[in-house]
Write a protein that binds this ligand. Structure first.
Ligand code: PDD
Length: 285
């Protein structure tokens, strides 16, 4: 069935949704995005995503064409119109479509482009959640501002393909000897009960799920250390996992072909997933 999508103030069938060939998102990857998950027809951590969106826009000198309250209404309207119970809402804002291709940013007479659409997907019950995923390590050759959630996703996309070709599910990226993050998630290891994940900085995306999971972990008296770790250290860990809006907390059971623990999701990852889902469901709006 055709989805109803949102483009620049209008709700319309996906077949009729159009963006200009001069759109800077299309020509220059000049845009930012957010992915917000939906459970029971409600939004998980909307305010966290809205806040990060504003930060991404600010870092690139862009502005949102709508207020964050209006954005919440649009998310809710799309959930209703598409009868979405479980899945994600994808949002993208680009620097708009000037009259021609030009490296120089357009002036204020070019409004930003705002697009949102829904993706129905089972997030709670998935083979990855049940069995865990395997990852390979690859060089992190992305640009230096990975804290901005831009739509420049070619390398993460290539990383997923490298993983697929190697018979794995995903890739962890490594810069200067240390793991930065997964292609579309934040990366963690667990050793002797302690959770280790890279500290925030320009090198990684400041995951909204990461912030929630670290808060829940501390509240549950779990020890957390925010510091860089190597792939060698990760291979010797008791457990590993990733977090993102679309995977919540998902165990990593093998790294570069080396099994962790008994090769099944470990107790810390399983517990954090349960806590995260329960708490997020309660707080969903
Ligand atoms: N990706 N790191 C990267 C590189 C990401 O692309 C993502 C999210 C995360 C996790 O952020 P959050 O917890 O806020 O979802 C970390 C989204 C889900 C995507 O591109 O589909």
């Amino acid at each position: 069935m055709s989805r109803t999508v949102y483009v620049n103030g209008t709700y319309l069938p996906e077949e009729e949704a159009k963006v200009s060939v001069f759109d800077r998102g299309f020509l220059f990857a000049d845009g930012v995005y957010e992915v917000t998950s939906v459970l029971d027809g409600k939004l998980i951590d909307f305010h966290g995503h809205a806040q990060r969106l504003q930060r991404s826009l600010g870092e690139l000198g862009m502005t949102s064409p709508v207020t964050m309250d209006e954005l919440l209404d649009i998310h809710r309207e799309l959930v209703t119109r598409n009868d979405l119970s479980e899945g994600m809402i994808y949002l993208q804002i680009t620097r708009g479509a000037p009259a021609d291709r030009d490296f120089v940013f357009p002036g204020p007479d070019t409004p930003p482009t705002l697009v949102l659409f829904t993706q129905a997907k089972g997030l709670i019950d998935s083979p990855a959640a049940e069995k865990g995923i395997s990852v390979i390590s690859i060089d992190d050759i992305r640009w230096g501002r990975r804290d901005i959630k831009t739509v420049q996703l070619l390398y993460p996309s290539m990383g997923k393909m490298m993983a697929k070709e190697a018979g794995a599910d995903d890739a962890w990226m490594v810069a200067e000897g240390f793991v930065t993050e997964g292609t579309s998630n934040n990366a963690y290891i667990v050793k002797d009960g302690k959770i280790v994940t890279r500290h925030l900085g320009n090198e990684i995306l400041h995951g909204i799920t990461r912030a929630a999971v670290l808060k829940f972990a501390s509240e549950a008296q779990m020890e957390v250390e925010e510091r860089p770790f190597t792939i060698e250290e990760a291979k010797q860990a008791d457990e590993a996992f990733v977090t993102s809006a679309s995977t919540f907390v998902t165990a990593v059971v093998a790294i570069d072909g080396v099994s962790l623990g008994d090769g099944t999701p470990g107790p810390v990852a399983r517990r954090l997933r349960d806590i995260y889902i329960e708490a997020s469901r309660k707080a969903a709006i």
